[in-house]
Each structure stands twice: as C-alpha cells, then as structure tokens.
Design a binder for this molecule. Sequence first.
Ligand SMILES: [Zn+2]
Length: 144
Amino acid sequence: MRPIKREFQLITQEFNLNRHKGVDLRCVDDNTFENLPVIMTERSQILRQGIDGYGNYYLVVKPLQNTYYKEIKYIHIDKTNFNIGDIIEKDDFISFCIIGGNSKILHLHFETWGKPVGMSVIIPENPVEYFNICGINNKIKDKS
Ligand SMILES: [Zn+2]
C-alpha cells in the first residue's frame, strides 16, 4: 500500500547507482487513470522540502522505525503543508504526484539513503531492498 496507495508498487524505472538514485513508481490507477495518493511508508520526521535544481518539488523525511535509513526522498509531488520536524504516521497522506520540473509523466521518484556501518556519509540504495524489509509488495513493469 505504500508509498503509492495501491496493492503493489509498480516500478517503471529501476535503481542505478550512477544514473538513477531511486526508483520511479507509477502513481495512477491502471483502470481509471486516477492520480493515487502518496502516503508515508512508516512513522517519519520531516527533514526538509522545497524545489530542486530541476524545478521538482521534493520532501525528505527521516524514518523512525527502520533507522538504518537516514533519509527517504519523495520527488515530483505537490507541495505539502508539513513543517520541518513534524512527525507523520505510517500510511498518512503526503501529497499527490504532479507534472513539473523535468517530469513529463506522472510518477513518484522515490529514494532511500542508508548509512552502512563504518561509513561517514549516507548513500543512495536500491529502494527495492527497503520495500522488502518493510513488506511492501513491488514489481518491475514488464519491459515490452
Ligand atoms: Zn526517477
């Protein structure tokens, strides 16, 4: 059900450490083409939000359960009414995906940044690992 409110997360663009530091998730219903809500994957604290250099709205949160992960980023969403430091509960509504910046097709760009033992910096990791840890159903869109 998370981060897009649907049965499973449909990955339309996979993670690549050099070229794509997250996954793209389809955020419209396959039948009705309704824009589906973006919801919080777990209880999290708002770290920052704004508009990136490409003109995309983003929201960055700190997960409070899976604390290996230091930042989770939601990109291509409409701006929220959250304040820095707010605590948002699992499954709570965040926003809707929007077209804007360098996004031409409605989708959520979703990143998970972890901090491996012994490293002083956080690094982007494949969100599929996070989905699997959290029990979030996901599948990769058929390349046809
Ligand atoms: Zn993307």
